[in-house]
Design a protein around this ligand. Sequence first.
Ligand code: ADP
Length: 365
Amino acid sequence: MKQLRKIAVECKNIGLSYDGGKTEVLKDINLRIEPGEFFALLGPSGSGKSTLLRLIAGFNQHQRGQLLVDGKDITGVPPHARNIGMVFQSYALWPHMTVWDNVAFGLVERRIDKATIKQKVGAVLDLVGLSQYASRRPNQLSGGQQQRVALARTVVIEPQVLLLDEPLSNLDKKLRVQMRQEILSLQRKLGITTVFVTHDQEEAMTTADRMAVMDKGIVQQLGTPAALFDYPCNPFVANFVGTTNLISGEIDDLTGDMLRFRTPGIGEIRLPKHPDARAGKIAISFRPHTIRMTVGDAIRDGAYVWLNGSIEHVEFLGEFTRYRVRVGEAVVTADQSHFSGMAPFPPSAPVRLGIETSQIRYLPL
Ligand code: ADP
């Protein structure tokens, strides 16, 4: 199959409500998905991801704003008249049809000539590695193979945009990891602009060129997976993308080179000044893997600020050990890399936690 023409999808000030305006599910959505991009919508259940995806497909209608595909406003265009392909969570394959007929269905419906159908279905089955299964029915295939049929059936019509609604949720963990790579490789071969809905941050981070983190119908942050992980804009994103420690408190002294962060549970922490650290209520966020842990004296290194705590819980995870450490009234999660032969710190041991100050983020509350 040849590369498709790459086109952009743009949401401008989109608002959508159900129940005649009572339940606002999408609030002022603004995003531009670049031509050929693999874009993930990530968020917890109920955040509005599927509503937005179905809106792009034409199954939902927004009351406010514009939806531009390839620069044209397609608001009001019915789903069948949009050249958009969607893969559903359930795959929605025809159980009584063979793999070949399932894949050919959309082309037959469009009254494409037989020779072209033969050529296109053959090419797409080849692309997803299912040529030898063409005469089987869906129930004679594994979950991963059914997923590939659903993808083949969608891309064979050469849609302008490919929409994927939690496409991996019916597969077991190992297959999910394999299939997400397969979907990405198919997307790259075709160059098709793709929007992928998932509540699984690992799935979004490992596939997406960029992603939008959604909560309560609002795009909380938009960017590359690394940018969102390293520079979350608020406590929700810091917590949802990766694991973090969030401590709420107040900055009440910004004189000199250092600032004073007071938190009721821990007390007072002195930290170097930072452009995002403003006086008032604020949360600091630091990732468990950036913490140094020691049982001895604090290491004299200006890069760290040290907290005293005691281990409450130890989880050995193989690659690393995860400790929950009580610091005053707070509990801090600290991950330490594991190498064979290393004994973990014992539960209830007093420890010092070195927080690398360059890794601390200051987030508005
Ligand atoms: P997500 O895909 O992130 O899990 P959804 O887009 O499915 O979230 O749902 C967002 C919100 O919209 C939820 O609170 C859900 O209950 C509500 N919702 C979805 N569909 C309808 C509907 N047809 N009528 C009323 N509310 C709906």
